[in-house]
Ligand binder design. Structure first.
Ligand code: HEC
Ligand code: HEC
Length: 263
């Protein structure tokens, strides 16, 4: 009779274990890109969930997954002021499994210091940004939608924000790299849904944007100058085209008769 009581207990234990493992895997898929593989966060950009009492608060975690969160919040003396989008793609059951996994994580504030620093190559980032080097998974070059002061001949697209000081606003190089791996902005998320940036690409782009944010602000007259140069070049081309057309114009009847008579 003792054994019969133990069976449900063992089952419950197994189920709990399975759920916890599920939670870890789900966390890896849904949250790790931003909050880090050990839920250590990105200092100054994305709050840690390990060692964060609110990360252990199941109701809070469920609410944040469902509704997103934005605005200033403080964890272990560091203020965060970012945006986490609502994640309707995470089901209620998955959210519970993730919350259970987070609850089991003990303090990680020491680990937060040991975040592996993304070391991106800014020159590669620049080429990727401009589309001089294609993105590995075929995503659109950033310049299609964004501008960075002084980079690219005529600036770039105007659909997205100017990124000149994005690194300053969005938690430096490490924060940006995490953001780019998992963009919170609907238009960009859509654009890169099936064509995600690789880790190397995200790090390189973040390094490039961190670099431009350090450079001295450029005068807007720079673009005016470039527009003038481009305008003049276009004008010269038009003149050449006209001249060529004139050379190749069909000869008149009189000219053709004169040419025949000369033979
Ligand atoms: C796109 C990046 C991103 C993803 C993906 C993401 N988060 Fe967040 N999360 C953030 C940011 C940024 C904040 C801080 C928002 C702020 O400053 O108000 C945050 C805040 C939180 C908070 C609040 C922390 C606190 O101290 O109150 C919780 C809880 C949380 N996230 C859990 C999750 C879970 C669980 C997942 C996966 C299901 C997840 N997040 C996925 C970026 C992300
Ligand atoms: C299809 C257009 C599109 C493409 C391509 C695109 N973005 Fe964006 N991006 C947006 C939009 C829209 C936003 C939302 C905020 C806004 O209005 O600028 C945004 C926001 C951002 C932000 C946050 C800006 C801020 O200060 O809040 C960063 C950083 C960023 N993009 C970087 C990039 C990088 C790097 C690439 C290239 C890998 C890229 N984007 C490609 C449209 C795009």
């Amino acid at each position: 009779m003792k054994g019969a009581k133990l069976i449900p207990l063992a089952l419950a234990l197994l189920l709990g274990l399975a759920l916890a493992q599920d939670g870890k895997a789900l966390y890896g898929q849904r949250c790790a890109a931003c909050h880090g593989s050990e839920a250590q966060g990105v200092p100054g950009a994305i709050p840690p969930l390990a060692g964060n009492p609110r990360g252990q608060d199941e109701a809070h975690v469920l609410k944040v997954i469902k509704e997103g969160i934005s605005g200033p919040l403080e964890v272990a003396g560091t203020t965060y002021n970012g945006v986490m989008p609502p994640m309707p793609q995470v089901t209620e059951a998955e959210a519970r499994a993730i919350a259970a996994y987070l609850k089991g994580l003990s303090g990680g504030s020491q680990e937060a210091q040991a975040v592996p620093q993304v070391q991106g190559d800014p020159a590669l980032g620049r080429a990727l940004y401009l589309g001089q080097r294609p993105l590995q998974n075929g995503g659109a070059p950033c310049q299609a939608c964004h501008t960075v002061a002084g980079v690219g001949f005529l600036g770039g697209g105007s659909m997205g924000k100017d990124l000149t000081d994005a690194a300053k606003r969005l938690g430096g190089e490490a924060g940006l790299a995490a953001l780019l791996k998992n963009p919170a902005f609907p238009v960009m998320r859509e654009a890169y849904r099936d064509k995600p940036l690789t880790d190397t690409e995200a790090a390189a782009l973040a390094a490039f944007l961190a670099q431009v944010s350090q450079e001295a602000p450029r005068p807007p007259s720079l673009y005016l100058g470039r527009f003038l140069v481009a305008g003049l070049a276009l004008f010269a081309l038009l003149l050449l085209y006209q001249a060529a057309l004139w050379q190749m114009r069909p000869k008149s009847l009189a000219e053709r008769i004169r040419a025949q008579l000369r033979r």
